[in-house]
Every structure is written in structure tokens, then in C-alpha cells.
Design a protein around this ligand. Sequence first.
Ligand code: PMP
Length: 403
Amino acid sequence: MNWQDIFATRMGRMKASEIRELLKLLDQPDIISFAGGIPDPALFPQAEFKAALNDIFASGQGTDALQYSVSEGYKPLRDWIATQMAALGIPCGADNILITSGSQQALDYLGKLMLSKNDTALVNWPTYLGALGAFNAYEPQFDQISANSNRSATDYVQTAASHGGQAKFAYMSVDFANPTGETMDRRARLSMLDLANELDIAIVEDAAYQSLRYDGEAIPPILALEIERTGSIEDCRTIYCGSFSKTLAPGLRVGWVCAAKSVIQPLVLMKQAADLHSSTINQIAIHKVASTGFDAQIEKIRATYSQRRDHMLNALTTHMPKGVTWTKPEGGMFIWVTLPPHLDGAKLLAQSLKTQKVAFVPGRAFFADGSSGNTLRLSFSCADEDTINTGINRLGQLLQSVV
Ligand code: PMP
């Protein structure tokens, strides 16, 4: 049987990444890895989750926690999230929140909700690889959006039409983006809103790293800026995606969408059809831990990650040769490095794993058009000071020899 004849055409777009084979080497104990984009497990609030789970069973909540529950999500958790959203300048109610299995599921659902084959998703160049993967299943086209571009709305419309569809949304990771670590300033957020208004498309605001700010002034989410203009979330085109993965625990798979009810309602139907609801016990545990200790947890991870960011920035300044540049993120987990144009991040990774035993993610995969191979992503979230110094020193030596 030839499975390729049986599989849907959309599977043709879902390719295993070429760097996966290389990254398998990361399991070797002598490799220093700046490749993963994951939280440091030493910072997980384990005692708090243990107490929460004990409490669920001790207080007689065990039967509810192990039972099916509503597709919208656990109401006390949605209420708690709505209060948090209000503090960010997004007054809303539980009806404006859908709990998803991580914000990754929200991206999949939003692709499913809005993209017909050959419609265009506008994305940054580079953008979060997982978003490209999620949207790809719906066979869209990608076009580049940037706050600094002076492309006209007509140009976007014509480009989308030339691909046989229309632009449906602009996706952007707004704070400490994956992979660049960069943050969109207020002016850029407002200009994106203006463009979305002109194009009459939605904005998908990915706020996965929103709580991880280490310095600088917090900038209101695009959804908050839009509510300042329209007066109500119900009249907004921005769809906000949040996550507990970077703050509490990614393994519990709890994220959320916050948007107008006219967006949440069809998403609830989608959730019902896809997996009925996110894990009940995980939502209850997240609610217990978040409602009693969210701020303390944020303080703890900010203190650790901000030091690691500083160490990595200092190490880059000390060890990188001229011609290599990098971003200076105000939060998150990532630094984005640009190499001289003749170098390729993927080739450098192969060499680095062999001779320097240092891993990172080559940048090309983050570009929807596969361009800009002379880039790479470093993550500082899981490495201590010594590891950062040693790893960046070794990477610097390799780069000194090739630039
Ligand atoms: N958005 C961005 C920008 C991310 O980096 C990630 C995780 N790497 C996600 C969404 C998805 O995270 P989760 O599903 O765990 O919420």
C-alpha cells in the first residue's frame, strides 16, 4: 500500500525538520545546548503542584477532577484569567476565554477557523516555527509583515489574490518573540492595528512570553490598545493567545484564547469536535497554583532568567568576533544572532556539534520562505553562568576561525 496516495494533501506540507537529526545528538552528556526553548525544570513549582493535587483529593474534588468537563474550560480558571487580563488593560469576562491544550492548540484552531486553502497568513520574517507548522496544515500561503515596512494595504491584498485567496490574519509574537527575543513597541503595535483595520483582517497576538519581562516598561497588549479605541473586546479584531507553559508548567498543557465572544463561540465548537476539553485535573491544579502563587513564581523565574540573559549578553560581547551581531532582549528566553552573510547557521551547527560540542538552532527554519540562513537562535533559559561562559567562548572560537 502506498500511504502517500492515501494521506491528505495537507500532509505534504508537514515536513520533519532537517535539523532534527543533528539535534538528536543533544542527548550526549558532553554537549552544551542553547538549542531548546524550554523552561528550566529546576524552577517548576513542584511543591505547590503537589499540595494542589493533594488538596483536590483531600477536599472531595477528586470525582470532578477525574470527570469530563465543559469544552470552554474550568470556570474558576477562566474567571482568574479574566481578572489577569483586566489588569493588562483587557476588561473581559469568562465568556471571552477558552482554555486550550497549550497555546499551540490555540494556533492550530485559529488556523482551522480562518484559513481556507491558499488564503494568506501574514507573519514576521522570522517567526515562531510552531506557528508556521500549525498554520501549514490548512495549506495557506505566507506573506511577510513588518511594522517597519512601507508596503501598502493594496499590495498585501494583491499578493494574497495572486495566490488564489485572501489575507485572513496577521500573526505576531509581541513580547520577547521566539526566535528573536525582540519586543514590538507601542508605535509598532498601533501601526499593525491600523494595517489590520485597513485590510479588515484579524490579528493573532501570541503572548506566550508576556510575563517574562526583566527590564524596561511593559507595553500594553495589542488587544488592550484596540480596546482603548473601540471601547469593548466585543468590537475587537485582535485574538490574544496566552499560556501557562513558560510560567508554571508546560507539561500540563494549559493555555487560553481571549477574544470577542463571536470568536470564542466557534472555537468552543471546534474544541468539542477535536478533544472535548482540556484535562480537567490539570486545569484545576493550574487554577489552585496560579490563584495562590502566580506572582511569587514569576518573581522567581524572572530573577534567574534575567541573570542568565545578562551572562549570555556579556559572554557574547567578550567572545564574538567583529561582524557578528545579536539582539538584546528585555525578557523571554532567546537571543538572535546574525552572522556575516556568507555563513550558514545549519552548517555552523554541524561543525559546532563536532568540534565545539555546542548546540543552537539555525535560523533558516524560522523564515516562511527559508531565507536568511546566516542566523541562529540561542536560548539562555536552561544554562547556568559557567555553562553559558564556556559554551559562548567555544562558539566564539569557532566563529573567529570562519568569519
Ligand atoms: N507561542 C510561542 C511563541 C512559543 O514559543 C510556544 C512554545 N515554544 C508556543 C506558542 C506554544 O506553547 P504552549 O503550547 O506550550 O503554550
